[in-house]
Design a protein around this ligand. Structure first.
Ligand SMILES: *Cc1c(COP(=O)(O)O)cnc(C)c1O
Length: 447
């Protein structure tokens, strides 16, 4: 019998290409998070579910703190609320000694509710309301001014309430990182930052306590930080020289890369991302080698976000189905959509089966459950075949997902914290019809 003709299928292998560090093994099973089995977590809390490791947060924080404190005498971290403002997460950072860094009235309220003293709240952002500014002045918080309109508003508000404001300016500058984030703060190169400093120094109601920048996010170049710090130190030195006023702190912002891999990057993030020691070396050397008199060295503030929390977050999901696309490629449909994994738009997240699988990998596209074409969790990943009902773990999802996620099509899932004694706590419940639709009102004629 002659066999029926089968058309040959020629496939370009795009997934799992080796880099100079060799083949990247991304598919080893992750059966446990800390000491808790993934299967048990799903049995208890359902799927999908976010898991946060308290141990990982504290260890990462201490590593970052050590890197800076061994190189510079006065270091203060301020937790970037927008990166992950779950109260439990914020309180872990506050217990470790972090202040709060907030960029809205909502985040400010959250910091107050987390018992952060007003004098340990840094208020950033381009859109503060008059009421929010007044609260910040009354609580002795540090207001980081973004633009001249805000500067003049604060001047008039301090007159109205008869209390001085503690302010810093946000400065943007050319650090060799493009595109330059020049929409926030006052520019260094064109003299605007210097202009703002002089205007603040002229006003009796404003106290210039610090200088601030946040040069971008996921910055792989430690040299950009060296340049940024040199420019801020130059402003601090000139302010002291002209006005006889030494600023209390220089706040270098956040932006350190986490170990995630950017989409399209040739190297794995975990192989090439600078460590805290390398960032700390660049930043502190620029500061100690500046013109600033050693007896007047300012406190160094860091607003590190993603690099402190990404590693601690996991998303556990379940395979819903497998199917073949029209061209023969394998696709896997899961219950973890981009509505809860916002960072899949810019990261190639690491995905691991939750139990050992066969060694045979095939190029697979991982979809979420949304009825939307954009719902792609991983394009072309070399992945073993998981069957309907199998679990998997997505790594390094602690930063931005639990704040930028959106209620869209499905309910947002539970978040579980594993504490240092391996006890599990639901720190945020999953949504239900009441939490999502509860804010709606029906006009009488539609009842
Ligand atoms: C978002 C933000 C941070 C944290 O940035 P990461 O890139 O997550 O470290 C720090 N400071 C300011 C002003 C921010 O807007």
């Amino acid at each position: 019998m002659k066999k029926p003709f089968e058309r040959p299928l020629i496939k370009k292998i795009r997934a799992g290409m080796p880099s100079k560090f060799g083949m990247s093994v991304q598919t080893d099973p992750v059966t446990h998070i800390e000491n808790t089995s993934v299967a048990d977590i799903v049995k208890q809390y359902g799927s999908p579910v976010f898991v946060i490791s308290e141990k990982s947060i504290r260890e990462t924080f201490r590593e970052a703190k050590r890197a800076f404190e061994t190189r510079y005498p006065k270091v203060q971290f301020a937790w970037s609320y927008k990166t992950n403002y779950l109260d439990s997460v914020c309180r872990i950072f506050h217990q470790e000694g972090s202040w709060a860094e907030v960029v809205s009235g909502f985040e400010y309220e959250k910091a107050v509710k987390n018992n952060v003293p007003g004098s340990q709240i840094i208020f950033n952002g381009p859109g503060k309301s008059d009421e929010e500014i007044i609260t910040a002045i009354e609580n002795d918080s540090f207001i980081h001014i973004d633009h001249f309109d805000e500067l003049y508003t604060i001047i008039s508000l301090t007159k109205r309430i008869g209390k001085k404001a503690k302010v810093a300016i946000r400065v943007n500058m050319d650090t060799g990182i493009y595109p330059m984030w020049d929409r926030f703060g006052f520019n260094y190169e064109n003299g605007e930052a210097w202009d703002a400093i002089n205007r603040i120094m002229m006003d009796g109601n404003l106290e210039l306590v610090g200088l601030h920048t946040h040069i971008g996010t996921y910055i792989l170049s430690t040299d950009a930080y060296r340049i940024a710090m040199s420019k801020l130190a130059d402003l601090a030195y000139r302010t002291d020289k002209k006005h006889n006023k030494a600023v209390k702190y220089i706040d270098i912002g956040g932006g350190f890369a986490s170990k995630n891999t950017l989409k399209g990057a040739y190297y794995q993030g975990r192989d090439v991302v600078p460590g805290f020691d390398e960032y700390a070396e660049a930043i502190t050397s620029a500061l100690v080698n500046s013109e600033i008199n050693p007896s007047k060295l300012p406190m160094l503030i860091l607003e590190t976000g993603r690099a402190l929390i990404d590693e601690a977050g996991y998303l556990i999901g379940t395979v819903l189905a497998n199917k073949r696309l029209a061209d023969g490629r394998r696709s896997t449909i899961t219950d973890t959509g981009v509505n809860m994994l916002f960072t899949s738009f810019w990261y190639d997240h690491e995905l691991h089966p939750a139990k050992p699988t066969s060694d045979h990998l095939e190029e697979t596209t991982i979809y979420g459950p949304l009825c939307m074409n954009i719902d792609v969790v991983r394009n072309a990943i070399a992945f073993p075949l998981l069957k309907k009902g199998d679990n998997f773990v997505i790594k390094r999802v602690g930063a931005y997902n639990m704040t930028q996620w959106m209620q869209f099509i499905t309910y947002r899932p539970k978040i579980v914290l594993i504490d240092q004694k391996n006890k599990l706590h639901v720190i945020r419940e999953s949504e239900n019809l009441q939490t999502v639709a509860g804010l709606e009102n029906l006009p009488d004629h539609l009842l």
